[in-house]
Structures are given as structure tokens and as C-alpha cells.
Design a protein around this ligand. Structure first.
Ligand code: XMP
Length: 315
């Protein structure tokens, strides 16, 4: 029978047989797939190096959480601090696709450098899932509206054999494996988060200051969703910092603060999505708390657009 325990045993066996005494490199993003993959390699006892590139576009406490959890579970992890480099490359760039391309390019450069320093590695492990396999085989018919960035386009001198132990699994099955492998729930049950991170949620030019404002607001929204028991009821929730500033009052002063948009969606496959009917009392609490704690934000709005016509992200 096809229990998660059996799947795990099979995967451990497959990884051990295929890898043997060779070395495996992988990139971890903090998402459930790559984290579970790192845990699988650690549990299999194969020689591996997990590379976490901190591009400075992560959410509050995310890096520390992932770092702590993976190290505690025996993953050989190297965290690369690359914040300055990404911010510099993004300076003055407003176009969403241009931001994605720059982030993808910088990521490949940073990752390749680590691969050369720490190599050689025979294998590159990736957390590719069954739906990704179908999609890239063209079976899904999904037009690529945005250039989704993952590890790809590595330089010529870096050649690896791909190791994709999850290629026949769906997300739910990976979450079950993650449970068996001991991945803490906040990471295991985390909503998807785009590779370019908060860069596509700070609309327009990305600055350190705007990232910091968004990070605090996002943390309030997500923490309250968890407190209210609503986090698991939506497929994805996010905050977007718009470049729009609007007039408000603070005491008897006029204040000119940013407009922050909140978005939460329900969806099966992320190809279409509906906006989540979150309770008004909940939205009320979030909308009161954010401008109080993050004074740069003057107004909070909730996005009532489904996909299509909108996408889930705003950029
Ligand atoms: P959209 O905004 O296209 O998003 O409705 C669908 C899903 O994909 C995620 N997303 C991305 N993931 N790199 C990623 O790795 C990207 O550039 C990217 N853009 C969107 C989005 O968060 C949602 O889960």
C-alpha cells in the first residue's frame, strides 16, 4: 500500500542508490519543496550541500527560521549573504519583468560561484513536482504570463546530473513527507512565495526602506491570519506596497502615507483564483493595526479581484 512511510522509504533508497559516494548540490529557498528535499538528502545520509541565497527580499524572520530548522535536522547548509548585491542590481529598475530577470541572473551568478568554490558536485537536486513536469512538457497549456524563476540557465562550465526525487509527487504528498522528516509546521504549511520575493510586492523601484515597511506590514497580516485560524483556509495571502501615497490625519497633522494592499486568495492550482471572503472583523483588526505599527502606511485596502482578470501577485 501507498502510505507516506512507504514513499519515504522508496525515495531514500532511490537517492542512496543513485548518489552513492558522490556529492549533491541544491538550492533552498525556504519553501516546502526545497526544504523537504534538503531533509531527504540529510536523512538519506548522502554527501550534500544546501545553498540558501539571502537576496534581502525575504519576509521577516524567514531566513533565521529556515536556517534554524534545517541545521537542527542535519542539513549541511551554507547561507550566502547577498543582500547588497541584489539591491544594487535592482537600483532604479521599475519594470516587473526586468526585476525578475535581474534577480534570476544574480541568483545564478551567486549560486554558480558557490558551486565552483565548494565543488565539484556530480548532482544538482531540485524539488520539481509532478505538476511542474507536466507543465514543462507542455501538457498543461499554461501560457507563461510571468517568467517564473528557478534554478536554470547555469553557465556552461557547470554540468550536473539532475536529481529530482519528487518528480512524481504532488504538493500534498511532499507536505506529508515533510511531516515525517520533521520539518516544522510554519515552513511545512507555508503559502507559496515567489522566487523574486518581496521585489515583486514593492511596486516599482525596490529600496531598502520600502522593503522594510512592507516586511513589517506583511508580518502583521500573516501573524493575524494565523492567530485567527485563517491562514490554512486561504491558498496564499500577501501584502503589496504601492507607490501611491494618500492624505490622512495623525493627531491634528495632515499625513501623507503609502497605500498598502492586502490580498488573499483561494485556489486549487494557482492558474485561476478567487479572492478570499475573509471576515470583516478580521480585516478591520488588520487595517487598524498596520498603520498604528507602521506609520509610513496611511491607508490599507483589500483586493477584490479574482484571477483572471488579475494575477495573484500585483507585478
Ligand atoms: P500569478 O501572480 O501569476 O502567480 O497569478 C501564480 C503563482 O506563482 C507565484 N509567482 C511566482 N513564483 N517566481 C516564482 O517562483 C515568480 O516570478 C512568480 N510570480 C508569481 C505566485 O506567488 C503565485 O503563487
Amino acid at each position: 500500500d501507498w502510505t507516506p512511510e512507504h514513499v519515504l522509504e522508496d525515495l531514500l533508497k532511490e537517492v542512496r542508490e543513485r548518489v552513492g559516494q558522490d556529492r549533491v548540490l541544491l538550492a533552498v529557498s525556504g519553501g516546502v519543496d526545497s526544504s523537504t528535499l534538503a531533509l531527504l538528502l540529510a536523512r538519506a545520509g548522502v554527501d550534500h550541500l544546501a545553498v540558501f541565497v539571502d537576496h534581502g527580499l525575504l519576509r521577516l524572520g524567514e531566513r533565521e527560521e529556515v536556517e534554524g530548522a534545517l541545521r537542527a535536522l542535519g542539513v549541511n547548509l551554507r547561507v550566502v549573504e547577498a543582500k547588497e548585491r541584489f539591491l544594487k542590481a535592482l537600483k532604479g529598475v521599475e519594470d516587473p519583468e526586468a526585476k525578475r530577470k535581474i534577480i534570476g541572473r544574480e541568483f545564478v551568478e551567486v549560486f554558480s560561484q558557490v558551486a565552483r568554490e565548494e565543488g565539484p558536485f556530480r548532482f544538482l537536486a531540485q524539488g520539481t513536482l509532478y505538476p511542474d513536469v507536466i507543465e514543462s512538457a507542455g501538457g498543461h497549456g499554461a501560457a507563461k504570463i510571468k517568467s517564473h524563476h528557478n534554478v536554470g540557465g547555469l553557465p556552461q562550465d557547470l554540468k550536473f546530473e539532475l536529481l529530482e526525487p519528487f518528480r512524481l509527487l504532488f504538493k500534498d504528498e511532499v507536505r506529508e513527507l515533510a511531516l515525517l522528516l520533521g520539518l516544522p509546521d510554519p515552513i511545512r504549511l507555508r503559502h507559496p512565495f515567489p522566487g523574486p520575493g518581496l521585489a515583486v510586492r514593492v511596486l516599482g523601484e525596490v529600496t531598502e526602506e520600502k522593503l522594510s515597511i512592507l516586511r513589517q506590514a506583511d508580518d502583521i497580516f500573516i501573524s493575524l491570519l494565523k492567530e485567527w485560524g485563517l491562514y490554512g483556509q486561504v491558498a496564499q495571502a500577501l501584502a503589496v506596497l504601492t507607490p501611491v501615497r494618500s492624505v490622512g490625519v495623525a493627531g491634528d497633522e495632515r499625513k501623507y502615507g503609502y497605500v498598502l494592499a492586502l490580498r488573499a486568495v483561494t485556489t486549487e492550482d494557482f492558474m485561476t483564483a478567487d479572492w478570499a471572503r475573509l471576515p470583516l472583523e478580521f480585516l478591520d483588526e488588520v487595517a487598524r493595526r498596520i498603520p498604528r505599527r507602521v506609520p509610513e502606511i496611511g491607508r490599507v485596502v483589500y483586493d477584490l479581484t479574482s484571477k483572471p482578470p488579475a494575477t495573484i501577485e500585483w507585478e
